[in-house]
Design a protein around this ligand. Structure first.
Ligand code: AMP
Ligand code: MG
Length: 407
């Protein structure tokens, strides 16, 4: 059985094989910058001018010729420059000008002295400290030159990337359209959330959590409802799912008599790359390909569905979205209470991370197993218990996997 990192690497390898084809089939769209957050950039964006465009003061103070402003020296104040002012006139020898943060230094000046380190008597400014050439301003062109690459294709547009696009005047970046991720739950006991469940039915929460996870991961969810545990219904709905880039199924992948997902997919021509992973929850997770669609058969227990999505589906969405797969964002924390799990499987336990002054600390939550989504609402991370080190003492360092939606 594969470890979770082996399984993850296999997902990455197989997704990368089909990625160029999938991306070109989906194409590119110019998005208003206000809608582009989380999309993957499909073009190269270059700077339109020098950055900064002028020698930009980083302090409120006085622009000087540094050689004229050693400790104890005085200069005559001849004017002021505020941010946005047009500055053409060179600084005359023997003088200084008051300057504000963000304003352009006058030609010839090569330092800004912070106002805090000066004295003033009428139009005479006295300097209290040594003044060094280059202090307190950012030279023109030192951040980027005209025509430099500011943003490259494949970048995920986060707040910093959007700010750079805005800075260079690019108000509608070309982005890859998001991969379409079909979501199909399975099970005779599963009813839609707006139906009244019979005494032995359960509402379809997996389709809701999966759609949320797809959206957070940067995909477009395509909800297909629920398939009964019957070959005809499963085949018909899987057929619809194969129009998407990725098909995620929940349930029907365990060893039960009515767990038909794998055999139905096989009958439709799917090949499988793994059908079990050494993790808990989530051991029966299945990954394969059918025609041009990557397929994930995730176990139906809600927490298993969520954990296996997090581990395996996100990297596939990243790659089909046109970006490199994000690494698992694992943090280190101190374990608050001892735990003991079964060896041989990597466990992902609902847990709560906090930051007392002593550093990140993690508490494992009480839960009733992988159906217990109520317990999960108290969590903000999963504690990762290694397969070969399942017995951990309080105070030991452990890894935690943050829940991307709440932490
Ligand atoms: P399965 O993986 O099909 O054996 O299902 C395992 C458990 O998950 C069962 O208790 C199911 O009732 C539950 N389950 C399956 N599908 C869903 C769903 N869509 N929403 C909520 N729970 C589900
Ligand atoms: Mg089932």
């Amino acid at each position: 059985m594969l470890t979770f990192s082996e399984a993850r690497n296999l997902v990455i390898e197989k997704a990368e094989m089909g990625a160029p084809q999938a991306a070109s089939a989906r194409g590119v769209v110019a998005l208003p910058i206000s809608d582009a957050l989380g999309h993957i950039l499909a073009e190269e964006i270059r700077t339109d001018r020098e950055y900064p465009p002028f020698n930009r003061s980083t302090r409120d103070g006085y622009a000087v010729h540094s050689v004229e402003a050693p400790a104890g020296a005085s200069l005559r104040l001849v004017g002021e420059i505020k941010a946005g002012d047009t500055v053409r006139e060179p600084l005359a020898l023997g003088t200084c000008v008051q300057i504000m943060t963000g304003a352009a230094l006058p030609p010839g000046s090569d330092a800004v002295v912070m106002i805090e380190f000066t004295g003033r008597d009428g139009d005479i400014v006295t300097f209290e400290r040594v003044t060094q050439a280059g202090q307190n301003y950012v030279p023109q062109g030192s951040e980027a030159h005209t025509g430099d690459v500011a943003l490259s294709p494949g970048l995920r547009l986060g707040f910093a990337e959007l700010a750079v696009a805005a800075q260079v005047g690019h108000s509608s970046p070309q982005c890859y359209t998001k991969p379409r991720v079909a979501i199909l739950s399975t099970g005779d006991e599963v009813v839609a959330i707006n139906e009244t469940p019979g005494p032995f039915h359960i509402r379809n929460s997996n389709s809701v959590s999966l759609a949320a996870q797809v959206q957070l991961a940067g995909g477009t969810p395509v909800p297909l409802g629920n398939a009964l545990d019957r070959v005809d219904d499963l085949s018909a709905k899987i057929e619809l799912g194969l129009r998407a880039d990725i098909l995620v199924l929940s349930g029907g992948v365990s060893m039960g008599k009515y767990d038909l997902v794998e055999s139905v997919l096989k009958g439709m021509g799917a090949e499988f790359y793994f059908d079990a992973v050494a993790i808990r929850p989530g051991k029966p997770a299945v990954f394969g390909r059918c025609r041009n669609t990557l397929i994930f058969g995730l176990p139906g227990n809600p927490v298993s569905t969520m954990v296996t999505f997090h581990l395996f589906v996100i990297p596939a969405i990243d790659i089909l979205a046109g970006a490199p797969p994000r690494p698992l964002p694992v943090l280190e924390a101190t374990l608050a209470e001892p735990i003991k799990e079964k060896p041989g499987l990597t466990h992902f336990l609902p847990a709560r991370l906090s930051w007392p002054d002593s550093g990140p600390q993690v508490h494992v939550l009480r839960w009733q197993g992988s159906g217990d989504i109520a317990a999960l609402t108290q969590s903000n991370c999963f504690l990762v218990v290694p397969a070969d080190h399942p017995d951990i003492s309080a105070g030991d360092k452990v890894s935690v996997l943050p829940r991307a939606d709440v932490l």
